[in-house]
Design a binder for this molecule. Sequence first.
Ligand SMILES: Nc1nc2c(c(=O)[nH]1)N[C@H]1C(S)=C(S)[C@@H](COP(=O)(O)OP(=O)(O)OC[C@H]3O[C@@H](n4cnc5c(=O)[nH]c(N)nc54)[C@H](O)[C@@H]3O)O[C@H]1N2
Ligand SMILES: Nc1nc2c(c(=O)[nH]1)N[C@H]1C(S)=C(S)[C@@H](COP(=O)(O)OP(=O)(O)OC[C@H]3O[C@@H](n4cnc5c(=O)[nH]c(N)nc54)[C@H](O)[C@@H]3O)O[C@H]1N2
Ligand SMILES: [Mo]
Length: 661
Amino acid sequence: MREIRTVKIACPLDCFDACSMIATVENGKVVKVAGDKNNPLTAGFICEKGRQHIKRLYHKDRILNSKKRMGNKFVDITYEEAIHEITDKISDVIMRYGSRSILHYFEGGYSGISKRVDAIFFNCLGGATVSRGSLCMGAGQQAQKYDFGDNKSHCPSDLLNSKTIIIWGRNPADNNSHLAQYLRKSQKNGSRIYLIDPIKTNSAKLSTKHIPIRPATDGALALGMANVIISEDLVDHDFVQNHVKGYESFVEYVDQFTPERVEGITGVKAEEIRDLAIAYGQVKPSSIYIGYGMQRYKNAGDTIRCIDALGAITGNIGINGGGVNYSHTSIGNFMGMHLKESEKYVKDRRTFVKAKLGEHILGCDNPPIKMVWVSKANPLVQLPNLKKAIESFDAIPFKVVVDLFMTDTAKHADIVLPATSIFEEDDFIYSSMFSPYLNYSHKVIEPINRVMGEYELFRVLAKKLGLKGYPDIEKDTYLKRELAPLMEKYDVRYDFLKQNSFKIEDIQIPWSDKKFATPSGKFEMISETALKNGQSASPQYILYDNKDAIYNMRLITPHYKSSLNSQNFAFEEGNPVAYVHPDDLVISGIEDGQTVFIESKYGKLKVTIKADAKILSGVIMIYQGWWHRSGSVNFLTPDEICDMGEQTTYYECFCRIIKDV
Ligand SMILES: Nc1nc2c(c(=O)[nH]1)N[C@H]1C(S)=C(S)[C@@H](COP(=O)(O)OP(=O)(O)OC[C@H]3O[C@@H](n4cnc5c(=O)[nH]c(N)nc54)[C@H](O)[C@@H]3O)O[C@H]1N2
Ligand SMILES: Nc1nc2c(c(=O)[nH]1)N[C@H]1C(S)=C(S)[C@@H](COP(=O)(O)OP(=O)(O)OC[C@H]3O[C@@H](n4cnc5c(=O)[nH]c(N)nc54)[C@H](O)[C@@H]3O)O[C@H]1N2
Ligand SMILES: [Mo]
């Protein structure tokens, strides 16, 4: 007899959309995941990487046992053995070197709140070495904190109120498919949609016009637009007078950014700059959706501040259909109580900048790093300057990695522990990028091979070590306590949160009261806080040119449609594909489809070249995420940071193509 049931779950990928999904189970096996029709944002559809969760659940390569390194091989061990080995090592390392000799490295590889207990565990151990800064969106977040005081975005459906929309350095067609659905509707309603990107991505199909731009010059474009808006008097004087600090000096600064000069910097025609500025300033309300690709450059934070300024001078802030949308921290503001409580057990902590993790690990001796714990992350593929990152990991005597697959990071570990998938646990999921919903994900099936979830794992470890202060409570009690501030503020019951997608209403139109979270209470074009942090008080445009005579092609390594970062590259083989403009191939004497090397001053990568007119001349594009067996792009990228947020400068990467392989 066929037994079929459906269960409401949520997508835990580190993504904009944080979809609500429905899993179908047939005779105990998950056979389908689909978008939840009851969640207005998910609206009944999910993307390819969401559908791939089933493939990951049942894949033959999934890790289903604890493993221990024996020379060059791994052998399966029991949980008891793994836990014994780990707790022994932790006690020994702490006794000899102190808790800071343990590096806890984690990322957003899973967006559920129950698996954040890793940070609590290391706090209760007395504090570890943890990473700071960002691989992801840190520069833009810091920039918006200077300008607005916080990170907030409009409710996605408000896009339908915008008459002019700029998608700036973001690729919703591939990475944010539920923004794409609103763009399609807006297009039908007659809104004008501009896409600004050096690459004519799939998002060009969602746009009225694609504006190719030279990489890292968007700050100049924004200032050129501001120049036109001011000279055409499209300024919202009321907004500027009452709610903006530093407008006068901004006007003085942008005077030099005439459309003609900006054309020379950006490659965007002066006439196009004028048209874009007039559409944005006149055909209102206008909204901007900024992506994270544009802030992987040295001048990243300033670029975002220049773009924010456009919203302020035209009064497209705090109104329906307006906004300069980047990310939002709204739901997260109500979480983290247990983590805060665990702070009192931290005696000692040290932080390493993510971008420079390898350098920090190799360079520190007080104390040296003796153990690393990696969870929800694949640093040996995703960190920049991989050669150094790998060298530094190999210098650490004891490494534990928790993952579902034998990633390149796991392959360097001493102990590998399996992780549960989203079908095997209850949890609450949300994103700080775009979706305003908190979704409960119900357990669908019992964990395959009785894999222990990380919530239980840390509880067992804490008990074994006798950790004071660690919350030794059932997961459901933990989740309920964690959500208590949200339930109280919005007068919502726990059961309701489990059954329904919950939206925080405040996210509707941010800053509608025009009270900004900055020190002055205004939108700050002059920020004393920025100045105190050693940054420019006002938005500015600086081009840091790392190009030289040998390495003269810019490498951009954006996110791939069918994989969340490196995750589904578990299933890819063969060389990475490098996309280059056909004219650049002619100049280099290379043929379409040829195997060549791409070299930067950090390393070399064997690739297959593909001629593609969608790529701006002078740029090489390779999707990030390829595993070592194919060749990871981060062997080429610099371990440097941007002007703000200690954000990694992945795209500040210059290369050459070498023909002879
Ligand atoms: N399918 C899929 N979805 C994802 C992810 C994924 O890996 N795959 N990852 C998730 C995560 S972790 C993140 S951070 C987000 C990232 O989401 P996005 O911000 O959309 O993606 P990126 O690939 O970082 O970059 C977006 C675009 O910026 C462009 N760009 C690069 N340099 C410049 C520039 O100088 N100026 C301008 N104007 N544009 C530029 C790139 O060509 C690219 O098209 O996506 C999330 N969603
Ligand atoms: N060149 C280049 N590099 C980049 C970027 C770029 O644009 N270009 N983008 C950067 C960005 S935006 C980001 S966010 C980072 C992402 O960096 P990471 O988050 O390190 O990258 P992922 O590949 O998503 O790795 C997450 C890992 O977590 C595992 N995982 C999934 N669920 C669980 C779980 O429940 N428990 C545990 N323990 N593990 C789990 C997955 O299997 C996967 O191996 O990469 C950055 N790297
Ligand atoms: Mo990210």
